[in-house]
Design a protein around this ligand. Structure first.
Ligand code: NAP
Length: 264
């Protein structure tokens, strides 16, 4: 039986590119997002047959919705070998504006709680499968974080906070689930050309296509690397950012452009 990957946010950008990369490597696809017609149209355009891929309607902001999608996936296709929590949003906020508190809550809900809600329904079935066959690993959980989670960039408060939380959450999970035979991989994309970055009005260094990102991500997940920034030049930037003293970091980013707010 071909291995199975479950991907959230598969109706667009990175999720779609990951789906194609896994399909080309011979995997079956379980694709989840709110826009099911987009996913179905994409599968048809790629010529991917229904015995190789099934789409599930899921809103990661609603735990019950993703639990139902996971149950359907397990019933129809089996327990996945890899689960990729990729669904995410990026919206700017201004802490002075009351309505923007809701924006921040929405970003945290989707990017952090949505990730936990995606992993939740698969952990027990993946573990039970491993218990039944101790020679096999439980599988791999992949969190799509961001290089924005490394430091708090001025003007990107909600997104940076959400991705920093996603990185820490995945790191905790990695230690928690290792004894049960899981691998947890955290991927931190730099700037990737997708609808999410299309509206950015600022320069995006080392901008990479989603297909190139997916290729790098696939290899990283296959090797079970715990944390990786993609692309490599951005990984060097991230290493420097991590150790940069606050005074230098603040100076370097004092004129950084802010992420546009939902009303802008
Ligand atoms: N592009 C970049 O430069 C970049 C950099 C760093 C990190 N990332 C991260 O990579 C991931 C994918 O981003 P992308 O660039 O591919 O963005 P995108 O093209 O806008 O795609 C976002 C995907 O997330 C899904 N999604 C959003 N909210 C959802 C919800 N409540 N429930 C289910 N699915 C939801 C969307 O599907 P529906 O609308 O159909 O539900 C869509 O498929 C995100 O986590 C993002 O933060 C991207």
């Amino acid at each position: 039986m071909r291995p199975l990957v479950f991907i959230t946010g598969a109706s667009s950008g990175i999720g779609q590119a990951l789906a194609l990369r896994y399909y080309k490597a011979g995997w079956r696809l379980a694709l989840a997002a709110r826009r099911v017609p987009e996913m179905q149209a994409w599968l048809a355009a790629q010529g991917i047959q229904s015995d190789q891929a099934i789409c599930y309607s899921a809103d990661v902001n609603n735990a019950d919705s993703i639990i139902v999608a996971a149950s359907l996936c397990i019933a129809e296709q089996g327990v996945p070998d890899v689960v990729i929590a990729n669904a995410g949003i990026s919206i700017g906020m201004d802490t002075r504006v009351r309505d923007d508190l809701e924006v921040m809550a929405q970003v945290m809900q989707t990017n952090v709680m949505g990730m936990a809600a995606t992993f939740h329904p698969f952990v027990k079935p993946m573990q039970e499968r491993a218990n039944a066959n101790p020679a096999a690993s439980a599988g791999t959980l992949v969190g799509i974080a961001s290089v924005a989670g490394i430091r708090g960039m001025p003007g990107h408060a909600a997104y940076c906070a959400s991705k920093a939380a996603a990185i820490s959450y995945c790191e905790s999970l990695r230690g928690e689930l290792k004894p049960q035979g899981f691998k947890v991989v955290t991927l931190a994309p730099g700037y990737i050309k997708t609808p999410l970055t299309q509206k950015n009005k600022f320069p995006m260094p080392f901008l990479m296509t989603a297909d190139t990102f997916a290729d790098e991500a696939f290899k990283t997940i296959e090797r079970g690397i715990s944390f990786r920034v993609i692309p490599s030049p951005m990984a060097w930037v991230a290493r420097v950012l991590r150790v940069l003293p606050d005074v230098l970091f603040d100076h370097a980013f004092k004129n950084a452009p802010r992420k546009h707010r939902s009303v802008e």
